[in-house]
Design a binder for this molecule. Structure first.
Ligand code: HEC
Length: 329
C-alpha cells in the first residue's frame, strides 16, 4: 500500500530523527531499521548433552571466578589470573548489543589476526582473552571449558550467516575528538559518574569476601585484579566506545548517559592508572603498519610517541601509517 505523501513525509522525518538521536557511528542506516536483536536463550535448551554444554558455556561467562578463577577450589582449574568475569565486558553473557557481544562472532573464525600476524582460530581468540583481559593462562584446547565457550559462542551466533556483518557488534564507533583525550578532565567525569560503583580508588566492590570465588558486584578498573595492559579494553578507542554505549552499567547504546567528550576523557583517566603488565607486548602486531593507532605500547614506526598513541587524536597517526604502508608497496 502506498501511503499518502503527507504520511510518507512524516515517516521520513521520524526516520531522520531516529538516525540523529542514535550515537555517532551507530551502524543503523537512516531509512532501514536494524534487524531485530534476539539472541537465543540458553535456558530454553533441553537437558541433553548440547543444552548442558551451552549452559556451562554461559555459566563460564557469568561465574568465571568460581569456575576458572584464582579462587576456584581445584588448583588445576585456576586458568584466569583475576576475579573478573568474561561478562565484566561481554555484557549480558555476550548477548548485549554494542556490549562486546558474541552474536555473529562464530562465523568470523578462522581469521587473519593482526595482533599475531597470522590466521588464528576461535580458540586462539578465546585464549587471547584468557591471557590479557583475564590476565591468566590459556585454556587447554581439549578442555571442557574451551569446548563449552566455543559452543556457547556458536549458539549465540545462531542464524547469522558466515561472513555477514552483524549490526551491534563491538562497543560502537562514536566520533573521535580532534584533541588529545584529557585524563585530568576524565578524573572529574569519573568522580561524577563512576565512583558510586567502581570506587574512588577504582577497585570496585566484591560480591563477598576474598577467597570465596564470588568475584565482584562491580569490577575493579585498574590495579592487580584488573585486565592487563595487553587487553583490548586497555586501548582508548575500544574503551571509550564501550563506556559510552554501556556505562554506567545498565545504560544501552540508544540512550547513552556519558557525553562523547566525557567518554573519551574518562577512558583516558582509567587507562592512566596502573595495571598488571603482560610480557612480550613488543611481539604483538609484527606487521607494524597493521598496529592499531591506539595500541598504547611500542614499538611504533609512525613517528608518534606513546602519549599520542594513548590519547590521540588519531587521524594524524592514521594518515602517517597509511603513507608508510603506501611507501612499502
Ligand atoms: C551502576 C554501577 C556502575 C556504574 C555507575 C559504572 N559502572 Fe562500569 N561496570 C559496572 C559493572 C557491574 C560492570 C561489569 C558488568 C557485568 O559484570 O555485568 C562494569 C564494567 C565496566 C568496565 C569493563 C571492565 C573490564 O574488566 O573490562 C569498564 C571499563 C567500566 N565499567 C567503566 C566505567 C566507567 C568509566 C564508568 C563511569 C562513566 C562506569 N563504569 C560506571 C557497574 C558500573
Amino acid at each position: 500500500m502506498i501511503a499518502t505523501p503527507k504520511l510518507y513525509c512524516a515517516a521520513l522525518v521520524l526516520a531522520l530523527c531516529a538516525a540523529l538521536a542514535a550515537p555517532a557511528g551507530a551502524q543503523t542506516p537512516a531509512a532501514s531499521p536494524a534487524p531485530a536483536w534476539s539472541p537465543p536463550d540458553a535456558s530454553k535448551l533441553g537437558d541433553d548433552a548440547w543444552g548442558r554444554l551451552i549452559r556451562y558455556g554461559r555459566d563460564l561467562q557469568v561465574n568465571t571466578p568460581a569456575l576458572i578463577g584464582p579462587e576456584q577450589k581445584d588448583p588445576a582449574l585456576r586458568y584466569a589470573g583475576s576475579n573478573l568475569t568474561c561478562q565484566s565486558r561481554h555484557l549480558e553473557a555476550g548477548a548485549k548489543k554494542f556490549g562486546l557481544p558474541y552474536v555473529g562472532v562464530y562465523g568470523d573464525f578462522p581469521q587473519y589476526r593482526a595482533r599475531e600476524g597470522e590466521v588464528g582460530t576461535i580458540e586462539d581468540r578465546i585464549n587471547g582473552c584468557m591471557t590479557r583481559s583475564m590476565n591468566g593462562k590459556p585454556l587447554p584446547l581439549d578442555s571442557a571449558e574451551m569446548k563449552a565457550m566455543v559452543a556457547y559462542i556458536k549458539f549465540l551466533s545462531t542464524g547469522v550467516a558466515v561472513g555477514a556483518p552483524t549490526a551491534g557488534r563491538g562497543g560502537g564507533a562514536m566520533k573521535e575528538l580532534d584533541r588529545p583525550a584529557d585524563p585530568v578532565r576524565g578524573k572529574t567525569v569519573f568522580a561524577d559518574n563512576c565512583v558510586a560503583c567502581h570506587g574512588a580508588d577504582g577497585q570496585g566492590k566484591r560480591a563477598g569476601v576474598v577467597g570465596d570465588g564470588k568475584g565482584y558486584l562491580f569490577p575493579p578498573l585498574w590495579g592487580p585484579d584488573s585486565f592487563n595492559d595487553g587487553a583490548g579494553m586497555n586501548r582508548l578507542i575500544s574503551a571509550a566506545n564501550f563506556i559510552r554505549s554501556n556505562m554506567p552499567n545498565g545504560v544501552d547504546w540508544q540512550n547513552p548517559v556519558v557525553s562523547v567528550e566525557d567518554a573519551w576523557d574518562v577512558a583516558a583517566y582509567v587507562q592512566s592508572q596502573p595495571r598488571p603488565h603482560k610480557a612480550d607486548l613488543d611481539k604483538d602486531f609484527p606487521v607494524r603498519t597493521e598496529k592499531p593507532v591506539d595500541a598504547g605500547y611500542g614499538p611504533w614506526m609512525d613517528g608518534f610517541d606513546a602519549t599520542a598513541h594513548r590519547l590521540g587524536p588519531f587521524t594524524p597517526i592514521r594518515n602517517a601509517v597509511k603513507a608508510l604502508a603506501m611507501k612499502k608497496q
